[in-house]
Design a protein around this ligand. Structure first.
Ligand code: AHR
Length: 649
């Protein structure tokens, strides 16, 4: 209530101001030169940072389910006689398993899992526990599984299962939680006397997104799908490079039966000392197959990034010698086969066996993430040569380094042009002011070279401790008018990082925050959503005093046409602290043509420091119908506002 009152007051003020303040006249030329906007323009970029996969989007609730962490009982509290063994394992690539003995002297023996900063449990909801088990002496054993709340309460609740025989076999137990707790635990007890062995102890909510086994957390996946992303970049980021070549992301290890995918260190586990997470590893349970599937489910074009044979240059100087790059290049070629190949091919068959005989329709492939220097160029050249020989249809993306205007950037762009990459990936994590003053960044870019992929960006508001302030969102909205105005060259754009666990993050800001039970959509999320839902397919010429609108008077604007609906879509940011009166003239209308209706979608806040919080999203898009007719649109734009007007003519 309070908020809408504020907006009402402002617009009254704005209407009053219309008479007093100058009117800024912008023109849209309906017959001018148009630029095509890629249907995939606004996407999302997923990386397993901030517990984004394990502990986040991947719905697995058990940490260290395979006992493969270097310290094998991390995440587990043993009680009674418990050890970790690896003789005659159940899974060759994850050989460790737990042995639990109830010797009859104690009442119970077992293990308790703490999840990822707890297990999010909801009263009345069903969860599916699966494990592989065997008994040592072959006699039947009784297992009990129960949930424990953060205060130790379990509601006298438990589910029983029998483990029978010396052979490994899968057991399933369905549990309904008697309570809601963000920091619950899972306890497994050997009730009968004897010894059992267990591996791959896994707990999923019975309801995952799209109901898939080994699936994704419903609320988080839905938040991603709601962005209606045109493309999906994955799995990193620095994670594809690894802190060493050994720990790079190898897609082949992330496909096939989930139980047998080897554990990998997470590159983000100890990089930031102030946010160290020594218990951060990658199960790759949400591997390449699952990511291709997610892209497909969201209607987004998959855009995988692969290692180019260089470990993360911020962390290491390790590179693969040029004459030993063969297997790395083969991995790239095989990935295309995995995504698109016929089921009769080696990797197409793997895809089919995983449940997807149809191709995934891969068109984009990025080689390397934030690589730099001649070492990168030499390696990229080799990849390009080999991939182009067999897959000339794939759009190849090269890097311009980690920063938007430094020495690496200046060196790499001409090299990318020389090599003839199709797109260059640019990253900018800069302060809000940089975003405001770079809305014209692409207005003068060379149109003859590679296209631009704005692959990772976010405004870092240091005045707000790098939080997701409204200022940062407004800066991104302003900057993105420049991306859209230059959509002929900027073909793809995505914010980064995507996800952050509120109790386990390494990097801030993030587009979406979550804890074990809730999702928090930032103002930045809504900016991306507003752009994506109101994209249009052709950019129209729009000027203020004959020039593109790139910050004059604190105003940023772009206009597009949606040929499908026939609407004209205008995006305007008023980044100033004053109400702005704007008249939008529409040139090139036919004699009897005029505005018949206008819908406005907008976000506004007087407080640039405000941030959405769990359960209190103060800044979200609002909608209203605007009275409009004739050949011009008179607007009164509140201070600090981002507005989208959809006009029917
Ligand atoms: O988005 C977080 C990190 O920022 C990415 O992994 C990396 O590409 C960049 O440095």
């Amino acid at each position: 209530m309070k908020r809408s009152f504020a907006i009402l007051t402002l617009s009254v003020f704005c209407h009053y101001a219309f008479a007093q303040e100058p009117v800024h006249v912008m023109n849209i030329d309906m017959n001018g030169q148009v630029k095509t906007i890629s249907p995939e323009m606004y996407g999302i970029f997923f990386e397993d940072i901030n517990f984004g996969a394990d502990g986040g989007l991947y719905a697995e609730l058990v940490k260290n389910r395979s006992f493969e962490f270097p310290n094998s009982l991390v995440g587990w509290t043993p009680f009674g006689l418990v050890s970790v063994e690896d003789e005659d394992p159940c899974f060759e690539r994850n050989p460790h398993y737990v042995r639990i003995t109830n010797d009859g002297r104690r009442l119970r023996a077992g293990i308790q899992n703490e999840g990822f900063r707890g297990i999010g449990l909801e009263a009345g909801k069903e969860y599916r526990l699966t494990a592989y088990a065997r008994t040592v002496d072959g006699k039947p054993a009784t297992l009990k599984a129960e949930f424990v709340a953060s205060d130790g309460y379990n509601g006298d609740y438990g589910v029983y299962a029998q483990v029978e025989g010396r052979e490994w076999h899968k057991i399933t137990m369905n549990l309904t939680s008697p309570f809601t707790d963000c920091h619950g635990k899972l306890r497994i007890i050997l009730e009968s006397q004897g010894t059992i062995e267990m591996d791959h102890i896994s707990l999923f909510p019975a309801q995952t997104w799209k109901g898939r086994e080994n699936g994704l957390r419903k609320d988080l996946a839905q938040a991603l799908a709601d962005l209606r992303p045109g493309f999906f970049r994955f799995p990193g980021g620095c994670i594809i490079e690894g802190n060493s070549l050994d720990t790079r992301y190898e897609w082949k290890k992330s496909v096939g039966p989930v139980e047998n995918r080897p554990l990998n260190e997470n590159r983000w586990n100890h990089v930031f000392k102030h946010r160290a997470a020594p218990d951060y590893f990658q199960s790759t349970g949400m591997g390449f197959y699952e990511m291709f599937l997610l892209a497909e489910d969201m209607g987004a074009a998959p855009l995988p990034v692969i290692s180019c044979g260089m470990a993360c240059q911020f962390e290491s100087t390790e590179v693969v010698p040029l004459d030993e790059l063969g297997p790395y290049i083969q991995d790239a070629v095989d990935l295309i086969e995995f995504a698109n190949g016929d089921v009769a091919t080696t990797w197409g068959k793997v895809r089919a066996e995983m449940g997807h005989p149809e191709p995934f329709g891969l068109k984009y492939l990025a080689i390397g993430n934030e690589q730099w220097g001649p070492g990168y160029v030499e390696r990229l050249e080799k990849f390009m040569k080999e991939i182009r020989k067999v897959h000339p249809e794939i759009t190849l993306i090269g890097s311009s380094g980690p920063f938007p205007e430094d020495e690496h950037f200046k060196y790499l762009w001409p090299e990318m042009k020389r090599l003839g990459v199709d797109m260059v990936d640019e990253h900018y994590y800069m302060e809000p002011d940089w975003f405001f003053s770079n809305a014209d960044r692409y207005d003068s870019y060379d149109r003859k070279g590679p296209k631009v992929f704005a692959g990772e960006f976010a405004a870092h508001d240091y005045t707000n401790d790098r939080g997701n302030s409204f200022l940062s969102a407004l800066a991104e909205a302003a900057f993105m008018t420049g991306l859209e105005r230059n959509a002929d060259i900027v073909r793809l754009a995505t914010y980064a990082p995507l996800l952050g666990h509120a109790e386990a993050w390494q990097w801030s800001p993030d587009l979406i925050w979550f804890n074990n039970l809730e999702v928090l959509k930032t103002a930045n999320y809504y900016v991306q959503k507003m752009y994506s839902e109101n994209r249009g397919n052709e950019v129209l010429e729009m000027t203020l005093d004959g020039k593109a609108v790139t910050g004059q008077e604190g105003l940023y604007a772009t206009a597009a046409r949606d040929s499908k609906t026939g609407e004209t879509i205008i995006k305007i940011v008023n980044a100033s602290d004053a109400c702005k009166n704007v008249r939008i003239g529409i040139d090139g209308l036919k004699k009897r043509q005029g505005i018949t209706s206008c819908r406005r979608i907008y976000m506004q806040s007087d407080d640039l420091n405000v941030m959405n919080t769990f359960g209190n999203e103060t800044v979200t898009p609002q909608e209203e119908q605007v009275e409009a007719s004739g050949k011009a649109l008179d607007l009164s734009l509140e201070p600090y506002s981002f507005s989208i007007y959809r006009l029917t003519l």
